[in-house]
Write a protein that binds this ligand. Structure first.
Ligand SMILES: *[C@@H]1O[C@H](CO)[C@@H](O)[C@H](O)[C@H]1NC(C)=O
Length: 354
């Protein structure tokens, strides 16, 4: 089963490249269609358009960064995302939105974390102006630490890759913005990039009105050895889909290991129900630098059970996040979109080339 999934992912990626580069087709199109039908319709429809070429505006202070610029260039804005076949369309739309709203898009460096398929050629062909690097995340690192959650998609090993950015990225990268694949950015990421974290290791919007108790089980709260962790802290919920991470502090204080320790506790004691998020709350809640709420207008996917439509929270919007069960690309395809999915659709690059 696993092999079939891998094989079809590979074929899908190959097809996409062929669709993007008609010159690579060594056979007449009619024949291509016929042969791909044998594999399935979904592959036949797998294609992405090339994005525009995004150039730095005149006022960008730094030198034009060429494709050969090293990852250590201090003028870069580092953004990390995962790439997998299930969320690929989302990741591509997210990157598209980042570039579109950047005054200095050539200063943006994308760090893509992948676990199986080689998607580098596809990304290169869709975003000819993007500077990026892909990193392999070995699912075995977390496989035995994952306990099942309320929603299967939350249990994917790649979902835990955000915990290992400090190890994966080059030591010269001192700060990174982590983004989930179901976001759209409608503001310049350089504003988020330059946000001060003070003495804190990570920054994220905090939600102190959310009932924090709900994120952990009764078992957690009744065991003093666990719940003691919040003593002397004023913990608030935050969402791990948008985080500014100080990688220097992360490496110095070994936060990856601290998070792993809580995942071990979870395996034996069931202290929470969600996937990769609660260990972050255990380690960081109450010690998070406050980022403005406009940088994570989350919950647009609806709740984890029904995936019903949700509206934006009051206030301004720099980033929309379809966290929750419903994903805009699936709802659009099923012709049952939520009103805000139209915003997402503006950045969608999936579909036949024009
Ligand atoms: C928070 O949630 C817990 C568990 O569901 C509940 O017992 C408690 O009454 C809630 N607190 C508030 C202030 O709503």
């Amino acid at each position: 089963m696993h092999l079939i999934i891998r094989l079809s992912s590979f074929l899908a990626a190959s097809m996409a490249i062929i669709v993007l580069f008609p010159s690579l087709q060594s056979f007449p199109p009619a024949e291509a269609i016929r042969s791909s039908r044998l594999i399935g319709n979904s592959i036949l429809q797998f294609s992405y358009r090339k994005s525009s070429y995004f150039k730095n505006a005149e006022q960008c202070t730094s030198q034009k960064i060429s494709k050969k610029a090293t990852v250590c260039d201090p003028s870069l804005i580092h953004i990390a995302m995962t790439l997998d076949m299930d969320y690929l369309r989302g990741s591509i739309a997210a990157v598209h939105s980042i570039l579109e709203h950047s005054l200095c898009p050539e200063n943006v460096f994308l760090h893509f974390i992948v676990s199986d398929t080689n998607l580098e050629p596809l990304i290169e062909s869709i975003f000819p102006s993007l500077t990026f690097k892909t990193y392999y995340f070995d699912p075995e690192i977390v496989r035995n630490r994952i306990s099942s959650s309320v929603r299967q998609a939350l249990d994917q090993p790649l979902n835990y890759a955000r915990n290992y950015l400090a190890d994966l990225l080059e030591p010269c990268v001192h700060r990174v913005i982590y983004l989930d694949s179901d976001v759209i950015v409608v503001d310049d990421m350089s504003k988020l990039w330059t946000t001060s974290l003070g003495s804190r290791p990570i920054g994220a919007p905090e939600y102190c009105h959310a009932n924090f108790t709900r994120y952990f089980t009764a078992n957690f709260w009744s065991e003093k050895q666990f719940s003691d962790v919040f003593d002397g802290r004023n913990p608030c919920y935050f969402n791990t889909g948008v985080m500014v991470i100080d990688l220097v502090k992360w490496r110095r204080f070994g936060y990856s290991k601290k998070i792993e320790r809580w995942m071990e506790v979870q395996k034996n004691h069931r202290i929470y129900e969600l996937g990769s998020l609660p260990p972050f709350l255990l380690v960081f809640a109450g010690h998070v630098a406050r980022i403005e709420h406009r940088w994570n207008q989350h919950g647009l996917g609806g709740d984890n059970v029904n995936g019903n439509c949700r509206d934006l929270h009051p206030g301004s919007v720099s980033l929309l996040h379809w966290s929750g069960q419903g994903k805009p690309w699936l709802r659009l395809d099923s012709k049952r979109p939520c009103p805000l999915d139209a915003v997402w659709a503006r950045y969608d690059l999936y579909g036949p080339s024009l």
